[in-house]
Design a protein around this ligand. Sequence first.
Ligand code: NDP
Ligand code: 2IT
Length: 448
Amino acid sequence: MSYVDEVYDLVVAKNPAQPEFHQAVKEVLESLRVVIEANEEQYRKDALLERLVTPERQLLFRVPWVDDKGQVQVNNGFRVQFNSAIGPYKGGLRLHPSVNLGIIKFLGFEQIFKNSLTGLPIGGGKGGSDFDPKGKSDREVMAFCQSFMTELHKYIGADTDVPAGDIGTGGREIGYMYGQYKRLTGLYEGVLTGKGLTYGGSLARTEATGYGLLYLTEEMLKCNGKDIAGKTVAISGSGNVAIYAAQKAQQLGAKVVTVSDSTGWVYDPEGIDVDLLKEVKEVKRARLTEYAAARKSAEYHEKKNGEHGVWNVKCDVALPCATQNELDLEDAKALVANGCFAVAEGANMPTTMEATEYLQANGVLFCPGKAANAGGVATSALEMSQNSERLSWTFEEVDSKLKSIMVNIFHNLDDAAKKYGMAGNYVAGANIAGFLKVAEAMTAQGIV
Ligand code: NDP
Ligand code: 2IT
């Protein structure tokens, strides 16, 4: 049996009931096959792949907090410190009721390669909790965040592990967590990114993932003889990534016609009103029904099981920006049938493996999340740099660095795909380019 297959089987056997983690590992290992086979003897001897798929450390902890009725609630807390070969662990904290160890491991594993692709010195990690911030008062969110950090602070630090936002964790949550970290440790340091601008945050971090997604998409289209200007774009999600993806798409001259949340989606043929969307989602924390109620041109659709939602809408470019496995084979077929020619993942692993293969087989340009959404963590690394030098850069400075990072990422994965005989396969290119740097650093540092 090949080394790749052996290691994949090992992952399934040793990590039962973690389908998302298996999926992420499979996608990476499959596209590394050529690279692994060329160095199989050395990698096997060093157990390089076994080490790569095994987190350096996994922290699981209890998070008790008191709700507004005086009732004690208990959530599960997680931090997976996956790989520190190229820098301190770096990756977000997801707060969503669906969070479990397998989800955090899939996200942490992806983060290793994503962070490597940014070209910046950051290792891979991820964390979170099954706490649901939705419908909670600010006081309840604060109580949770303080309890979560009371345990987490023992394991993180500006030079060891630097968490940030993800689903359910935005500026409010980062603020409460930072306050508690500072109180417990007495340290005013860049231990979290995505901080507010008054206490060490970076300009453009809020916009970075969505903007970066569009910078990369623009470059991918350009290198394939196409232009984002004038194109129709379908976006899923209506959170941090989706909002700023929509904003930048419009600035680049595209028309964004959809957004969604977990209960429904909006089709707005005149183009999404981003200011209204921001008001509904960032200020009121409300449902998309409020967006539709305030906008004549918008159609609201309740989410139904088995329905294709936003992917049924005719578009040129699709940008899934909500969550994992939200774009399946049927969705991919609908996109191709409607003439969509490019898909770039704003979310982490939003496209199933079957859907990815179908899109690629049908000539759709496909850029995986670990490259396309790397602008968020890249700008987090820029926030760390600013914190270290006790300075803050202008919006333009951060944004122009972000843009050049995204353009570089695209060319790195394009070149890697070509070099290994898979021109145009950006999934393989991203995995190979991300892997090679980490593998070299792991090898150089000996068996640790
Ligand atoms: P937010 O919490 O700001 O927004 C998430 C959006 O996705 C919301 O519209 C939410 O709807 C929807 N959503 C979440 N979970 C589900 C679900 N299970 N089913 C349907 N819809 C869902 O998160 P972000 O925008 O930050 O994150 C979106 C994606 O981007 C995630 O995959 C994240 O890992 C990834 N990402 C985020 C980065 C960042 O910097 N924030 C960086 C790189 C990747 P609702 O509000 O109804 O739950
Ligand atoms: O998935 C991701 O890359 C993020 N949620 C951002 C991580 C970060 O450290 O900024």
